[in-house]
Ligand binder design. Structure first.
Ligand SMILES: [Zn+2]
Length: 286
């Protein structure tokens, strides 16, 4: 009996699994990927960084593996070291496995933009409309579809020159108004835009700031967004495949000229879309 107890204790303490992080330093506004092989008899609960909790998902291409996306807020302070704790249960005993990563400065540039004053200083009606649309969008991003719709690498919605990178600090008519939350592609009005991967259209409507807007849910908390469009070829609830036509680019909403603003939300956080695509394509979807 004693031997049995000793033996089971020994197997318990010997048990361990590897947890890998895509990089030990991550810039603010960018995303890290944590992956591990799932073990039988282990229940994976969540990942915790400070007060924030992150969901653990099955790898969309291999259910023996699990992954967590760690989107780092643009406003995180660089040079901070963060502790990541994986909370799991093994033989009904709660355990924690931890690793560390450091936040680097994304070194984003500053950008000054002149726009119509009516789009900067809003009247009451526009203010109400904009805040209603913001709340609606945040509700979407705060919803997580457990399954993943994606199995293939991501593509970009059009092949064209990038005119403004993610992360530029934005000064509208001399007032600092946050940062550029996506990547802008040159696109004259009427350029076809395709879905960057499989998913479900969760929003296709005209909004105050972003104009004609499409949001695609790719599952597991990943959303892609397409703004300033002039025409929709999809509606809310439509399933789309990678490369399917979403509509046409335009110059609707708060813009200085026609272009596509392409952005992503992961776990509710706005992150660099092109870095996220590269990260997922190279690791999760390879
Ligand atoms: Zn933009």
């Amino acid at each position: 009996m004693k031997l049995l107890v000793l033996l089971s204790l020994l197997t318990c303490s010997l048990f361990s699994f590897n947890i890998n992080i895509s990089s030990s330093t991550i810039s603010n506004g960018r995303t890290a990927l944590i992956e591990f092989d799932k073990e039988l008899h282990v229940e994976y609960d969540k990942l915790v960084v400070g007060k924030k909790k992150y969901k653990i998902f099955d790898n969309p291409k291999d259910t023996k593996k699990a992954y967590v996306l760690l989107p780092v807020s643009y406003y995180e302070t660089p040079k901070n070291t963060k502790k990541v704790s994986l909370i799991y249960k093994e033989n009904n005993i709660q355990k924690t496995k931890s690793l560390f990563f450091k936040i680097e400065d994304g070194q984003y540039k500053k950008e000054t933009i002149k726009v119509q004053n009516s789009k900067v200083k809003l009247n009451k009606k526009d203010k109400q409309r904009a805040s209603k649309e913001y709340a609606q969008a945040m509700k979407i991003y705060g919803t997580t579809t457990k399954e993943s719709y994606i199995t293939k690498p991501f593509i970009v919605p059009l092949s064209s020159k990038i005119t403004s990178d993610f992360g530029k600090a934005r000064v509208y008519n001399d007032t600092l108004k946050g940062y550029h939350s996506g990547t802008d592609f040159r696109a004259k009005v009427g350029t076809p835009l395709v879905s960057c991967n499989d998913g479900v259209v969760v929003l296709a409507q005209d909004r105050f700031y972003s104009g004609g807007s499409v949001i695609v849910d790719h599952g597991q908390g990943i959303y892609s967004c397409y703004y300033h469009m002039s025409k929709f070829d999809v509606k809310q609830g439509d399933s789309v495949k990678r490369g399917d036509l979403l509509g046409l680019s335009g110059d609707t909403g708060r813009v200085t000229g026609p272009h596509l603003h392409f952005s992503f939300r992961v776990g509710g956080e706005q992150v660099d879309p092109l870095q996220l695509i590269e990260l997922l394509n190279k690791n999760l979807l390879k």
